[in-house]
Write a protein that binds this ligand. Structure first.
Ligand SMILES: NC(=O)c1ccc[n+]([C@@H]2O[C@H](COP(=O)([O-])OP(=O)(O)OC[C@H]3O[C@@H](n4cnc5c(N)ncnc54)[C@H](O)[C@@H]3O)[C@@H](O)[C@H]2O)c1
Ligand SMILES: O=P(O)(O)OC[C@H](O)CO
Length: 329
């Protein structure tokens, strides 16, 4: 199966390296100089230092050429670029199924990415999210990893999962597109909260409480949209939430840690060099939760820190001072 990966950031490169151990893979990046450098060095020094490209991995800067060759397309550009990628795929005439690995809600529209895909691709085009606990660096190093590919087209989910499965990557299939999408997008916001919590030295009890109550928020939001509860307890829900809230490779967690140390968001984003999707998704989740009448106190406090300059300490105080009540999910 010929696989085309769109986006040569950390995760696109990592997925392309993984897939090229089993399939011919074309990795597309929008910057021709970046592509030329990767062709020359057989590495992606800026985004995934230390990982060497297998023989079956080709580099391409012409999008049309990259799409034309594909039996399966993996879009791994950030959330902000997905809609345009889907438009390009449709315009190219490619009928190859599409899985995306970005995790977020679209800025301004607050749409989940399956809603974006339903708008941009024709009804007979197979698509779905690929999500779960997977740091790019660990996947590229061949460390054991397990993720989920979801689609309402069960045959596509199963075939694409089987094609990507292997070499220490377990890929499960699912038909719960909503649950897999919600889990991946919302955990990034809770990971910022966990980073703030740890950066302020609040300890292990507090982090465990944040993860657990964060999962309750994610579950409320997902169930209201029609997700299955078990998906939110699975790899794309609890699994990715635990990884991102506890693993220092997480860019979202790093944003929180640095906010707690007093850096401004501008300083942090200026130096991060990679996308931290939770920064853009927090506002969208709050808007949507408000419209659905869902309480999401942790997500709301993160949004306040990011958008109004509320101090991390005050945000934690606000959470601690909430009224005492029964533990509900
Ligand atoms: N890094 C990880 O460990 C990891 C794991 C799983 C999922 N993800 C998700 O994958 C997505 C990409 O993450 P990443 O870590 O690879 O990001 P990154 O910041 O390392 O790289 C993003 C790449 O996309 C390119 N890009 C940005 N906007 C684009 C656009 N509009 N069109 C084309 N190219 C564009 C950039 O030039 C860059 O090469 C994110 O949504 C992230 O949440 C990341
Ligand atoms: O580095 P983060 O915080 O974007 O997290 C990366 C992946 O989503 C982990 O599964």
């Amino acid at each position: 199966m010929k696989i085309t990966v769109l986006g040569a950031g950390s995760f696109g490169t990592s997925l392309a390296i993984h897939a090229a151990h089993q399939h011919p893979v074309t990795l597309w990046a929008r910057n021709p100089e970046h592509v030329e450098e990767m062709r020359r060095t057989r590495t992606n020094a800026h985004y995934l230092d230390g990982a060497v490209f297998p023989e079956k991995l080709q580099l391409e800067s012409n999008l049309h050429t990259a799409l034309k060759q594909a039996d399966l397309i993996l879009s791994v550009v950030p959330t902000s670029g997905l809609r345009n990628m889907l438009r390009e795929i449709r315009a190219s005439g490619s009928k190859a199924p599409v899985a995306w690995a970005c995790k977020g809600l679209e800025a301004s529209s607050a749409k989940l990415l399956y809603e974006v895909a339903a708008e941009e691709l024709p009804p007979d085009h197979a698509w779905g999210p690929l999500s779960g606990p997977s740091f790019a660096k660990e996947l590229a190093a061949g460390l054991p990893t397990a993720i989920t590919l979801a689609s309402s087209n069960a045959e596509f989910a199963s075939n694409a999962a089987a094609a990507l499965h292997g070499n220490h990557l377990r890929v499960y299939s699912s038909t719960d597109v909503i649950g897999v999408s919600v889990g991946g997008a919302l955990k990034n916001v809770i990971a910022i909260a966990a980073g703030i919590c740890d950066g302020m030295g609040f300890g292990n009890n507090a982090r465990a409480a944040l993860i657990t109550r964060g999962l309750a928020e994610i579950t409320r939001f997902g169930l209201a949209l029609g997700a299955r509860a078990e998906t939110l307890m699975g790899l794309a829900g609890a699994g990715d939430l635990i990884l991102t809230c506890t693993g220092d490779l997480s860019r979202n967690r790093q944003v929180g840690l640095r906010l707690a140390k007093g850096e401004t968001l501008e300083q942090i984003l200026g130096g991060l060099g990679h996308v931290a999707e939770g920064v853009y998704t927090a506002r969208e989740v709050c808007n949507r939760a408000q419209n659905m009448g869902i309480e999401m106190p942790i997500t709301y406090q993160v949004h306040q820190v990011l958008s109004t300059g509320l101090s991390p300490r005050d945000a934690v105080e606000n959470l601690l001072n909430r009224e005492q009540k029964a533990e509900v999910y």
